[in-house]
Ligand binder design. Structure first.
Ligand code: MCA
Ligand code: AMP
Length: 481
């Protein structure tokens, strides 16, 4: 296939490609640093990347893709159980990390290659085919450990070019964000996106409203964030005229990964005169819909299908819904070159995710308005929680909680939270009713085993979990306990 990053080979080498804090690389520098890695990465199959929010992560992933290998981004805050699962499931041949990064024991057996952002090597001819895997991104399901979604090179190219069309995204754009680099939002859209366009990205290291204001007031044109970030912006706006001015200057403010509440949309619009637009995607599908830059930014909707994406709503029995009446609710199913090819080592889960005629079942429920705009109204699975824009499976947290000696029974639910969208609630039957484990104890336990964003924020203690005649936990009854 043609190059994923034309600007790295043919573009103006002196243009800034990446900036992380004080450090930046031009396209010429990035070609050199990523090119220098490719010698070791050719034929390497799957390569783990210790995805800290640093320049080296972007160089590492670019190098892996230039070499025709597949990157497995790792959350550097992953706990031991999660990391051990991802490493044994994806079986990488190497791990790439920033010099000085401390890698945990779970990676001890892997050969390590440090990324040198100052190295200079040649960019090889890209020989990979468009169906070859580019990224394996781990994503939670309702039960069990996370699954590795295998994203082919064509999915990356397709989704980024569709977004360029929808957002009029060009080499002139300078993107700012503080998203993590081990998920699609921050890595594919937020890092590979600008590189494919020949534009720039300024990464904040970690999200802050001050960082957003500084960069938008200093020439950045686009902001990407999850709803929690826009909520924090909306909260900060009344006391921060510099932030309001900065957002007012932006060409495009884009939110995704979860629904942005209309109240936050309205507060931002009132204070800045700018409307945030939403796009809708998934690890498995990359981007499916978006409000277009030349379309109407209607709060509470995720816009229209992107070029090349087929989208339909279906009833429970699989009957497609043709009405665009803003009322008929169905599951969103999608088809297109933007999709993943499989869950790694999980043919069962892959088969279950698609209909017989090749539509991917997203599990998201929506209606379509008369002009085709999609409005997401909920999710099929109650056991999937979206907190801070992270997808979290209730089952994996329940399993981790049950490994704690002070826990006899556990159930996990999501509860509305103004900041996080949903917060994780653990319902616990303690092993000893007189000595229940403290919330910090259980939060630390989950953070150490899985990841900090999967930790319960609230713990409620019960004598017994509500169960039906079959012994199944009735989660919907928990709220009434
Ligand atoms: C607190 N911390 C702890 C504990 N308690 N660490 C270990 N053990 C504990 N018991 C630490 C946390 O690690 C964190 O550290 C700090 O305290 C604050 O944690 P928290 O409140 O959880 O988070 P936050 O810093 O307030 O984060 C909010 C956030 C974050 C920045 C919005 O949730 C975030 O980055 N979300 C982005 C999710 C995302 O990119 N999703 C995309 C996937 P420290 O301060 O050191 O960090 S969805 C996707 O890709 C699809 C395709 C799509 O559509 O986009
Ligand atoms: P993930 O599996 O982490 O990639 O998250 C994908 C899920 O995030 C989707 O299935 C949706 O439920 C949700 N999502 C992403 N973008 C939006 C959005 N703009 N509005 C509502 N939900 C969204």
């Amino acid at each position: 296939m043609s190059s994923l990053f034309p600007a790295l080979v043919g573009g103006p080498g002196e243009r800034v490609a990446l900036r992380f804090g004080e450090r930046s690389l031009t396209y010429g520098d990035l070609a050199g640093a990523a090119g220098a890695l490719t010698g070791r990465l050719r034929g390497a199959g799957r390569v783990a990347v210790w995805a800290t929010p640093e320049l080296e992560t972007a160089v590492a992933v670019t190098g892996v893709l230039l070499a025709g290998a597949a990157a497995v981004p790792l959350n550097p805050k992953s706990g031991e159980k999660e990391l051990a699962h991802i490493v044994s499931d994806s079986a990488p041949t190497l791990v790439l990390a920033a010099p000085g990064a401390r890698l945990p024991d779970a990676l001890g057996a892997l050969e390590r290659l440090d990324v040198d952002a100052d190295a200079r090597g040649a960019v090889p001819e890209e020989s990979a085919s468009d169906t070859d895997p580019a990224l394996i991104v781990y994503t939670s399901g309702t039960t069990g450990p996370p699954k590795g979604a295998v994203l082919p090179r064509r999915a990356l190219a397709t989704t980024l070019d569709a977004l360029a069309d929808a957002w009029q995204w060009t080499a002139q754009d300078v993107l700012v964000h503080g998203l993590p680099l081990f998920h699609v939002h921050g890595l594919v859209l937020g890092t590979l996106g600008p590189l494919r366009r020949g534009g720039s990205v300024r990464h904040l290291g970690r999200f802050s409203t001050e960082g957003v204001a500084r960069e938008l007031n200093a020439g950045a044109t686009m902001l990407f964030g999850v709803p929690t970030m826009y909520h924090r912006i909306a909260e900060a706006l009344p006391a921060d005229p510099e932030l309001a001015e900065a957002l007012g200057r932006a060409r495009l403010l884009v939110s995704g990964s979860a629904a942005l509440p209309v109240h936050d949309h309205e507060r931002i619009a009132a204070a800045t005169g700018r409307r945030v637009i939403e796009r809708y995607g998934m690890t498995e599908t990359l981007m499916n819909t978006s409000v277009r830059a030349d379309g109407e930014a209607r709060a509470g909707t995720v816009g229209v299908p992107l070029p090349g994406v087929e989208l339909r709503l279906v009833e429970d029995d699989g009957t497609p819904i043709t009405a665009q009446d803003g009322e008929s609710v169905g599951e969103i199913q999608v088809r297109g070159a933007n999709l993943f090819t499989e869950y790694l080592n999980r043919p069962d889960a892959t088969a279950a995710a698609f209909t017989a005629d090749g539509w991917f079942r997203t599990g998201d429920m929506a209606v379509r308005e008369s002009d085709g705009y999609v409005r997401i109204v909920g999710r099929k699975a109650t056991d999937l929680i979206k907190s801070g824009g992270y997808k979290i499976g209730a089952g994996e947290i329940e399993n981790a909680l049950l490994e704690h000696p002070a826990v006899r029974e556990a159930a996990v639910t999501g509860e509305p939270d103004a900041d996080l969208g949903e917060r994780i609630v653990a319902w616990i039957v303690p092993a000893d009713a007189k000595a229940p484990p403290a919330v910090e104890e259980l939060a630390d336990h989950v953070a150490r085993r899985l990841a900090p964003h999967k930790r319960p924020r609230v713990v409620r203690y019960l004598d017994a979990l509500p169960r039906n005649d079959m012994g199944k936990i009735m989660k919907r009854a928990l709220a009434d306990v």
